[in-house]
Design a protein around this ligand. Structure first.
Ligand code: KPL
Length: 303
């Protein structure tokens, strides 16, 4: 299948590289023309946890018109860049393009609704870091859940099922979720507990477990996020704090995406994660002081 990957960040490179190695025609849209040229020439270079290096050929461009309409577009930019990325990608999005959005958080969903007649959500537990453009270091591996938040036509449901099969064949285990909204909230709860703290503490996901003051904040952030989710009618998993601690342990060597954003001077997803807990909490009359604190502190890192 011809697949468009919008954004060559760590997740875009991981999905693009493995889909290309599985035999698909992968086109990467990058808003930075020089980096697009580099990726088009060199492809992606992967480094497995064991140190084994491999290469994947992809096409890359800054001009969506050069790609043209694709049956499947994986939207892999961060939540703050969604609006601009979709505007740039217009020429590759046809009537029958299925866009799968793979951001952390929920705060950008109204932007997706406004820009696209139809989109699917992807919630991934794959970990990856970039050591340079297209240079990928795989981290913790986990499933990718796919689903629609709003009712979708038959062709789109079929395409999403094909996408799950293609990803699984490419080495990225994926399945359709009967309740993707709950999957998104459960991931947001985990991200609310880990991402901001690792950015503020300047530590890996595993190191945060060794810092008692950070763990206390984690417990507060997770408790608030879970309360907001439950009040929103979401089926929250049984023990959200244990779920968050388990992710820290499973991804101990990972540097969270927010840590990476802060270190690279990029906007973070804190507004779509902790900010979304605060916003929904205000709507529901639920106090969220820990998420407010984490939001303010992460925003202050860029001020
Ligand atoms: O999703 C993640 C992220 O970094 O954004 C976690 C689960 C925290 C893994 O690093």
């Amino acid at each position: 299948m011809k697949i468009g990957v919008i954004g060559p960040g760590a997740i875009g490179c991981l999905f693009g590289a493995l889909l290309s190695r599985a035999g698909h025609e992968v086109w990467v849209l990058d808003h930075r023309p020089e980096r697009a040229q580099l990726l088009d020439r060199q492809g992606m270079v992967g480094h497995d946890p064991g140190g084994r290096a491999w290469r994947a050929q992809v096409r890359a461009t800054a001009e969506a018109a050069q790609i043209g309409p694709v049956p499947l577009a994986l939207l892999c930019v961060k939540s703050a860049a969604v609006a601009e990325a979709l505007a740039d990608a217009r020429s590759m999005l046809g009537d029958k393009t299925l866009v799968v959005a793979l951001q952390n958080g929920l705060g950008h969903h109204p932007i997706l609704d406004a820009a696209l007649p139809l989109w699917a959500l992807g919630i991934t537990s794959q970990g990856a870091n970039l050591s340079g453009p297209g240079h990928l270091i795989r981290g913790g591996q986990g499933p990718t859940l796919l689903g629609f938040i709003s009712p979708a036509p038959d062709w789109a449901r079929t395409r999403l099922a094909e996408t799950a099969a293609m990803l699984s064949q490419a080495g990225l285990p994926a399945e359709l979720s009967p309740d993707i909204r709950a999957a998104a909230w459960n991931k947001l709860i985990v991200n609310a507990g880990i991402n901001a703290l690792t950015a503020l503490e300047d530590c890996s996901n595993g190191e945060v477990l060794e810092r008692p003051a950070a763990l206390e904040l984690m417990a507060g952030a997770v408790r608030e996020a879970a309360r907001v989710a439950r009040q929103s009618g979401v089926a929250v998993k049984a023990d959200p704090l244990e779920m968050t601690l388990a992710v820290c342990r499973a991804t101990a060597a990972n540097w969270s995406s927010m840590w990476q954003d802060v270190r690279s001077g990029r906007p973070t997803e804190v507004a779509a994660i902790n900010g979304e807990v605060v916003r929904r909490g205000q709507e529901l009359g639920i106090a969220t002081p820990v998420n407010e604190l984490l939001l303010a502190r992460v925003l202050a890192l860029r001020a």
